[in-house]
Design a binder for this molecule. Structure first.
Ligand code: AMP
Length: 385
């Protein structure tokens, strides 16, 4: 079954055509600067398609140029926010599209772009089934004590203010692969998954299900990220507001100027590690803060899952930065965790164990593949119709 996987951003559209049975990628690409251009029919000064429909024409042309005539079976969309309703991938119809649109206020940068992508495809290929795969869905199993914020009830009932959690497609995929690596049925997997990319989140998994996760009402809460602050005292925002900062100033500072960038002046983990190794004190502090914060979450989630059977690293930093993994593991001695320096520094694209035989629990590196998970979920929904 050939599935087109679409990840629509407000001004970009990433796509992959996947052969689900073979697990392979036939072609992929990225259309950028959507809404900033004239579609190439003007004076040539402005690049980029006019809108998502025009971007889709470019995707169609690129796919056909690359692969010739092919029969797509379905489209799978990465949808960031599924609110409280969506716990599973769903077949999209008009009512589902409107439901995703009603969640726009909860994900103002993402859900409107998803809806534009879905409507553009309905118009172009009205008979092609479309499936929405939600970033929040895997975390619908959080118990109430983990998703409630201790604020007046009306903030939840009137505004939907609660922990939703994100990166769910990745956490779910990695949970299954980690359980398989340990030869455990997924229902018996208790562990902690650290998805460390430009955005980063950590999830507590009990019996194969998400029982707590560090991102909250938005993807800002939790770990120190590339440009996002993660947790901080909310009074800081009140203080800044009284100093004359606008909500937009605060939003931009927390989401775009903080994290590694705020601490070290650079949001790329490779550069921060290199700078620290060559004696840059700010970079060393950034790594210390970032690894300490993650280690605290791992300790907390070890308790939340009743004793983790594994700690798993994934995504850009988790899969590739042996230095960062070593910094985190060095803070986990109280849990009896011990990395094998040789295994940790080996490079591989395969799921693998990087701890010593003496380590109290195994530490794993499991590469994530959100597009693959979306394609498989899409094929499963379409196949079960
Ligand atoms: P992602 O969002 O999953 O693509 O991850 C992006 C992050 O992964 C960036 O901070 C990169 O610096 C980091 N990253 C990618 N490759 C490496 C590497 N070889 N070593 C260290 N960090 C890496």
């Amino acid at each position: 079954m050939l599935v087109l996987v679409i990840n629509s951003g407000s001004s970009s559209l990433k796509y992959q055509v996947r052969d689900v049975a073979a697990g392979s990628v036939l072609t992929e690409g990225l259309i950028e600067k959507i809404g900033m251009g004239n579609g190439g029919d003007g004076d040539g000064e402005i690049e980029g398609p006019r809108d998502h429909a025009e971007a889709l024409e470019q995707v169609d042309a690129a796919i056909h140029a690359e692969l010739g005539d092919l029969e797509l079976a379905a489209v799978g969309h990465r949808v960031v926010h599924g609110g409280e309703r969506f716990a599973e991938p769903v077949l999209i119809d008009n009512e589902i599209t409107r439901a995703i649109e009603r969640l726009n206020p909860l994900a103002p940068l993402h859900n409107p772009a998803n809806v534009l992508g879905i409507r553009a495809i309905s118009k172009k290929w009205p008979d092609l089934p479309q499936v929405a795969v939600f970033d929040t869905a895997f975390h619908r199993t959080l118990p109430e004590h983990a998703w409630r914020y201790a604020v007046p009830d009306e903030l939840y009932t009137n505004h939907g203010i609660r922990r939703y959690g994100f990166h769910g497609t990745s956490h779910e995929y990695v949970t299954h692969r980690a359980a398989a690596l340990l030869d455990l049925p997924v229902e018996e997997f208790d562990g902690v998954i650290a998805h460390l990319g430009n955005g980063a989140s950590v999830t507590a998994i009990r019996g194969g299900k998400s029982v707590d996760t560090s991102m909250g009402f938005t993807p800002l809460e939790g770990l120190v990220m590339g440009t996002r602050s993660g947790d901080l005292d909310p009074s800081i925002l009140v203080f800044l507001g009284r100093q004359g900062w606008t909500p937009e100033d605060i939003d931009s500072m927390l989401n775009r100027e903080s994290g590694l960038k705020g601490l070290a002046g650079n949001n790329d983990m490779r550069s921060v590690v290199e700078a620290s190794e060559s004696g840059d004190a700010r970079a060393a502090t950034a790594l210390a803060v970032t690894s300490y914060r993650l280690a605290k979450y791992i300790g907390g989630y070890h308790v939340a899952v009743g004793g983790a059977k594994a700690l798993v690293f994934t995504a850009g930093i988790g899969e590739n930065s042996h230095q960062f993994r070593a910094l985190v593991a060095a803070k986990l001695g109280a849990l009896g965790i011990e990395l094998d320096a040789g295994l940790n520094s080996q490079r591989s694209k395969e799921p693998r164990v990087i701890s010593t035989a003496e380590s109290a629990i195994p530490v794993l590196v499991v590469p994530t593949d959100e597009e693959r998970a979306i394609a498989e979920a899409t094929a499963a929904v379409v196949g079960s119709r």
